[in-house]
Design a protein around this ligand. Sequence first.
Ligand SMILES: N[C@H](CCC[C@H](N)C(=O)O)C(=O)O
Length: 276
Amino acid sequence: MKFSKMHGLGNDFMVIDAINQRVEFTTAKVQRWADRNFGIGFDQLLVVESAQQAGVDFRYRIFNADGSEVQQCGNGARCFAKFVYDKGLTDKTEITVETASGIIVLYVQDNGWIKVNMGVPNFAPESLPFTVPKQQEKYTLEAAGQKVQVGAVSMGNPHAVMQVIDIAAAPVEKLGAALESHSQFPERVNVGFAQVIDNANVKLRVYERGAAETLACGTGACAAMVVLSRWGKVGNDVQISLPGGDLRVQWEGQLDSVVWMTGPAEMVFEGIIADD
Ligand SMILES: N[C@H](CCC[C@H](N)C(=O)O)C(=O)O
């Protein structure tokens, strides 16, 4: 079975065309393919399928390295768009795609970057600490022997975001792992550590659900911007600098405003899976 290896700012993906080839896999196979020694190695697997809904161009499914299927992936969405456009699966530069958390719209720009309408942030989905957001912009949680204050938001997938003074010294591994599986998050959670530089620049590291710390997280960048905007720390057009590179995130700040994310997507190599 053919696959492409891609990345968005170092958040890397195995991408499979399940339209033009039969694709069968199990959780164990995803885990094996994700292994950076015994497999291909990736943070997430993206499976490209035909749309199920009329009027939509594609459907794509997202699996973390631990095999869990998830609702959304920002960097993956950009790589998906580059994949279907460069492979000639579409000649459209405005691409609609079904995901497990709804339909998103992707725009292939002249410079090759992809702009994504990531939809509306959801502050009170059932899989987050549940309360009325306007009364509780911050949740105080105990984890890894310390009390932390986080903002919680869903970009289709759950995110907990905290502000830190120094991103380089942030306890991403220890605190990220403890919060990822915290009892307050019944579906686990992606954990963002954000250092505000000014109201248009944020440094971010993300301990991803099902993948540990990645070099970049697109939905994490959106979640951090939205939470920090609600806390009055940033404006409506922010550069999010992750270890793998920068994303532009825009959000007008109303609860019904969509979040726009813009950034690159790269093809690295093509391959054939030996044990499909
Ligand atoms: N780990 C995430 C999925 C991948 C998200 C990330 N790679 C992105 O670019 O948004 C989750 O379990 O919800």
